[in-house]
Ligand binder design. Structure first.
Ligand SMILES: *Cc1c(COP(=O)(O)O)cnc(C)c1O
Length: 469
């Protein structure tokens, strides 16, 4: 499989190169040159497969040429074997023909584990083959950091540095990061805010001389392997609900357009998806595009669903590329003008075409809490605030009651107790058994000044399994 850039200028790459590359050299994002298209017979033969076997069938074309079938099978069995629920991604019914796909049974209790558990293993496999080591740097306001750390915990060839704003992440989120203790895991609490952390990571990618020749790798949601891994659970859910002979709809809580883009790809690979609902919080740039063709940047609003608090959606460019007939020059022009003006609209005909599949809704904090309370009263299920946004949007935007509606359950409610307790007073969500001792675990973390040089010195002093690079 070859991958090309959404801006049309960077060289095509194979899977292995894309995994290590991050952004393309022309500033674009990598996408497959040709998407695989599965037949009804193929998909029918996958009904009932265990998760890791289905994952092999769906993702095999994407890694072809870089990883052997036998190695890929073993990696997938190992990856999805660490999930606490044997079903990996169980479906839970919450109303007539309405379901939540529980994607929070991985090591950090959020859906990012599906991609990052795999990413860590893929990196280690490829790096062993090449005889290389890399350094990962990332900034987090919570979820991504812990999922990335857990994903890299057993990597021989990766040192990971995650920056979080000191004393500004929740205790569960901090402990999930700092209790992962290993020579190659480095938590840095920066005496600043999330933007300061993100700025330092960006600056480090721009000038990597402090790394003395070691390659820096990104694990944010623009990484192609993450999107690829997320396509699998759309197949997994739909095949259980009657696909490929019946269509299914999905509602997806999203900020960066990563998770829902994976659903769009699944549909283009042949899965009969009837409707995709983009569910956002008050940070609603995606809803403004879907409802009125205005992808216009706004200020940031903190909400009860912090993992979707964004101003721009980093994966939206991948949809724009398809909307413009995969013309990289057109996309580059649009993105340049968006960078200059903070505004982007597309031709009416292109927008109308996209709206055949996508609907959207922005859900505020009050409505989020009401939905948590409503679903709890209806069926005893406690939703996390991100999932609640998805369920509310599903109920408002649904086009057909006879098509099964699946909302992606992106996090376990215990990760966001503030919203849950506000919605259902007295309901204290409990940590699942495999995490029950989280508050007793030993922590390791280094507090550093809000200063680029200090942070980079720390990385170069510890980037080789705790030793200097
Ligand atoms: C990251 C995250 C999201 C949003 O994912 P996108 O990549 O923006 O689609 C939603 N819910 C939770 C709990 C998350 O951690």
């Amino acid at each position: 499989m070859r991958y090309i850039s959404t801006r049309g200028q960077a060289p095509a790459m194979n899977f292995e190169e894309v995994l290590l590359a991050g952004l393309a050299s022309d500033g674009g994002l990598y996408v497959p040159e040709n998407l695989p298209r599965f037949t009804l017979e193929q998909m029918q033969s996958w009904v009932g497969l265990p998760y890791h076997e289905l994952a092999f069938e769906v993702m095999r074309p994407f890694v072809a040429g870089s990883i052997s079938d036998a190695d890929f099978k073993a990696i997938l069995q190992d990856t999805y074997g660490v999930f606490a629920n044997k079903a990996v991604a169980p479906l839970r019914q919450i109303d007539s023909n309405e379901w939540v796909l529980e994607l929070f049974h991985g090591p950090t209790l959020a859906f990012k584990d599906f991609a990052l558990q795999l990413l860590g293993r893929l990196l280690d496999h490829i790096l062993t083959k090449r005889g290389e080591r890399v350094v990962i740097m990332g900034a987090t306001s919570g979820d991504t950091g812990s999922a990335a750390i857990e994903g890299c915990r057993r990597c021989e060839n990766v040192d990971i540095f995650i920056l979080h704003p000191h004393e500004r992440v929740s205790e569960v989120q901090r402990r999930q990061m700092t209790s992962a203790i290993s020579d190659n895991i480095h938590n840095i609490a920066v005496e600043g805010n999330f933007d300061d952390c993100q700025e330092m990571v960006k600056d480090s990618f721009a000038d990597q001389s402090f790394l003395k020749g070691t390659r820096l790798v990104a694990v944010n949601s623009i990484n192609w392997a993450r999107i690829m891994a997320q396509t699998v659970y759309y197949f997994h859910a739909a095949l259980q609900l009657g696909a490929p002979h019946r269509s299914v709809s999905f509602s997806v809580p999203t900020g960066n357009f990563g998770d829902i883009f994976a659903g769009y790809l699944a549909r283009n690979m042949g899965l009969p998806i009837n409707q995709l609902i983009v569910a956002t919080n008050r940070n609603d740039i995606l809803h403004r595009f879907m409802s009125g063709n205005r992808y216009h940047k706004d200020t940031l609003h903190p909400t009860l669903s912090p993992s979707m608090d964004i101003m721009v959606s980093s994966n939206f460019e991948r949809l724009l590329f398809d909307m413009h007939g995969r013309n990289g020059a057109l996309v580059a022009e649009l993105m340049n003008s968006f960078r200059a003006t903070g505004q982007l609209s597309v031709e009416d005909s292109r927008w109308t075409e996209v709206r055949k599949l996508f609907d959207s809704l922005a859900v505020d904090d009050e409505q989020t809490c009401q939905t948590i309370a409503q679903v709890y009263a209806q069926c005893g299920e406690l939703l996390d605030p991100h999932t609640a946004i998805g369920v509310h949007a599903a109920r408002e935007c649904r086009r057909s009651m006879s098509v099964p509606m699946v909302t992606l359950g992106t996090a376990h409610p215990v990760k966001f107790p503030e919203a849950v307790e506000k919605a259902v007073p007295g309901a204290a969500p409990q940590l699942p058994p495999h995490m029950a001792d989280l508050f007793e675990r030993q922590e390791r973390c280094t507090v550093l000044a809000n200063d680029l040089k200090t942070v980079q010195d720390f990385v170069s002093q510890h980037g080789n399994r705790g030793k200097p690079l």
